[in-house]
Each structure stands twice: as C-alpha cells, then as structure tokens.
Design a protein around this ligand. Sequence first.
Ligand SMILES: [Zn+2]
Length: 485
Amino acid sequence: MSWSNGGQEKFFEHVNANQSEYIQHLRKWVEIPSVSCQSNTRPEVIQMMHQAKEEFIETLGAKMWLVDNPKGTQFFADGEQVPYPPVLLGTYPETFDPAKKTILLYGHLDVQPAKMSDGWDTEPFQLIEKDGKMFGRGSTDDKGPVLGWLLALKAFKDLDIELNVNLKFCFEGMEETGSVGLSEVIFETCPEFFNTGVDGTCISDNYWLGTTKPCLTYGLRGIGYWHLTVEGASRDLHSGVFGGTCHEAMTDLVYLFSSLVNQKGEILIPGINDDVAPVTAEEDASYDAIDFCKEEFKASNGINLIKEDKKFTLMGRWRNPSLSLHGIEGAFYEPGEKTVIPRRVIGKFSIRLVPDMKPAKIHQLVQAHIDEQVKKLGTPNKIWLTNVSGSEAGHGESWYGNPSGFLFEAGKTATKMVYGQDPDMTREGGSIPVTLEFQNATKKPVILLPMGAADDGAHSQNEKLNVRNYIEGVKLLGTFLQEIK
Ligand SMILES: [Zn+2]
C-alpha cells in the first residue's frame, strides 16, 4: 500500500486499534530496571540492550548487532567491577535503496534510579495507568520513544506500507551516566557506520515546552565551567587572632565573583557577547506564537523573573549566554556560627554558551577578565582559574539545527498531520551532548523530535508518559519518516 494513497489513514487506524497492545509492550520494557549509574542493576541494562536487539530482529527482520563498550569495565568505589553495557547498532530494511535518504535514529534504554522511598506514589518499575497517564521509570525517558520507533515500523510492515527512508539505529545504555563509551563507538570503533551515507539524524529524547502543544527543537546551549581558587594562608585561621591582620581568601573571592555578573543577569566579562549570533527578524517573530506561560513558569518554580516579558525570558533561557555562580568549596556552611577564616576557597561558576560562541575563546576572555580584576584588587593571595569543562574537541559547544532544513520540514508536516496544529519551534537551555557528536560525525543535520510533555518528570518521582503522547507519538515518529523529502 502506498503512503500517500490511503496508507497514512490505515496507519493511523492501525495505531489506534493497537493502543492496549502498545501499552502492554511498554509495560514489559519498564519492568526491566535498567538503571545505569549503579553496579547492582548493570545486568538489567545489558539485558535491556539484548532484548531490544532481539525484538528489532524478530519484529522487523532488522539487522542488529551489539558493539562492546570501548570503556570496558567500570570500577565502583565499593570495590564492585561491572562491564559497561554494549551499544546497539542496526540497519533496516535489509537492502538500502540508494534513491532514498538514510536517517540515523538515536535513543537510550537505560534509566535514572527510582525507589518507592524517594517519594513515588506507585512502584517505579511497574507501569501504572491512571487518568490517561502511564507512570513508571523510563516511560518517557527514553523507553517510550525508542519503542515508538519499533511500533511505527512494525505497523508499516504489518500494513505492507513501503518505508520512505533507509534507517540506521544507534541505541545506548549509559546515557543517564554521561554516555560512557558512545563517543568512542561513534568516532573510533565504528566510524564508517556514522560518517558514511547518513543524511540526517533524529533524536527523540526531550520534551514539549508545555503540556498541550507539540514542538520541534532546533537549538541547545553549550557550557563552560570554571573553578576559581583563592589561597591566603597555609591553614585555616581564627578571626579573633588573625582578623584585621592578613589578606583573606574569601574576601578576594567575593570581590571576583561580583565582577562576573550583575543583578540583571548581564555578564560583565568584556567581549563575551561579541560572537553571539544576532537575532534575525524571523527569529524575533517566532517567539510570539510559542505556547509559554511566564506566570506558570514563575509559579511552578517559585522564581522572580529578571523582566516580566515572555520573549525576554525565552531568549534568556535559549539563545543568550548566562553566567551562574554555583558554590564555594572550602567555605564554612554548617548551621550556627564559626569564626573561621578559610585558608583556601574555590568558587565554582559556569557560562551557558550559545551560537556562535567558541569555548576556547570564551575561556581566554574569562581568564583575561580575572587577570585584570586580580590586578585591580592588588592582593598578594594566590589566585588561579581552572577550566574544568573537559578537554575533548567540541566539548561544551552549543548546537543549532537549521529549522528550515528537510528534517524540520518533515517534522512540521508530521506534527500537522498527527496533532492538527503547527509545532512550536523551540530551543533548550541545557545540553544534550550526543546531538553535536552525531552532527560532527555525520556532517549532516540533526533534529530533536520530542514525544513527551513538559510535566512528564523525567529523572523525577512519578515519571509518566501520557497515553495520548505515546499513541500520537507512534504516529508522529512514523509519519516523520514517511514525510521526509
Ligand atoms: Zn533521556
């Protein structure tokens, strides 16, 4: 059956008719507690990788294979040693049609830890359906979306609808713990799989901006992180004995901290905004239609906005750099009073980076600013700045996908067909490092196509996926593939 001639309607009907079976399937996946950050559930992560492999093979006849994790074995502090899970790669259908585009699909099968004692209302590793919501760890992050790909492809197969693209799969089991080993698989172990013949990558591992309107995500901020150390003495001192006699480390640090950012959130480092991509008229206009309620944003987080303005807030979160002060190591912080003068304090701060800021240049600017301020301060204390953002190439960079490229066009069409409305074009203020890795490896565009809603509570207690997001999500993922031009 052809997609454009009745196939699409049949596909939607088929997905609706199989709703309870789809939920049952997700239930089976959620019941595997594939928590990647602890040693005792590592076997379940590995089991989950094997199960997904078998299911893709049995259901679709896809070619699937596990790649040993290049990082080998993990040694835990308690003496436990467990292997890192393999990465699951695959291709489908059996023979690639050179006339069709090849799309790489990414997802992860590991989850965050969850226990009833953390404050869950129901058993986290059982899928509990209530009021149109399916509660369970991994339901939305990211088992629902990965299963969504499998179910959409199975539906096409059952209905004999020809797939419009060639597919490559990359599913991992360490995403919640920093994607250990994935970079090595992409760039060293299996580089040809990624750098040859892929036209675009789709990642379904983020969320709508709100709870009702679908979105496509085309930007992520990067990050640079610094430690600023001030050392003023060889041991901690008593303020009754030494106060008023020596240069104190904390006083210097507070001065330097206050030179970084002001109360309006403006970064005070000279040159920091020089490379920030200017706002085009098109981008400026795009914020108006976005389904974002600043009152709800304020109320649900108990925050005070810098400016009572929707566009300012969205731009502040998505497309402008921001500097945050995170903490001071070595400072007295317990309750009560202690008259200590800390010998050494380490101030921690980070800058969220946006296009076209380059991490290396930003570090130079931060360093030059600190040097200048230290000179002004005229302190004899030892002060040094350490960039702890990581040393890998491209680490911490922001990502910008072309919102008018072919992936986003297919995403828009699919959203309209499934949800009957245009998607919001959104960015996110945080980072999903694999996005940039896939873009760098394939040299082709990437799209983030979310299935779940903003209130799904990924990583939190009572994580859930709405039945609607799941079922419409299966349609969305399938339609996206069929509408790629
Ligand atoms: Zn995730």
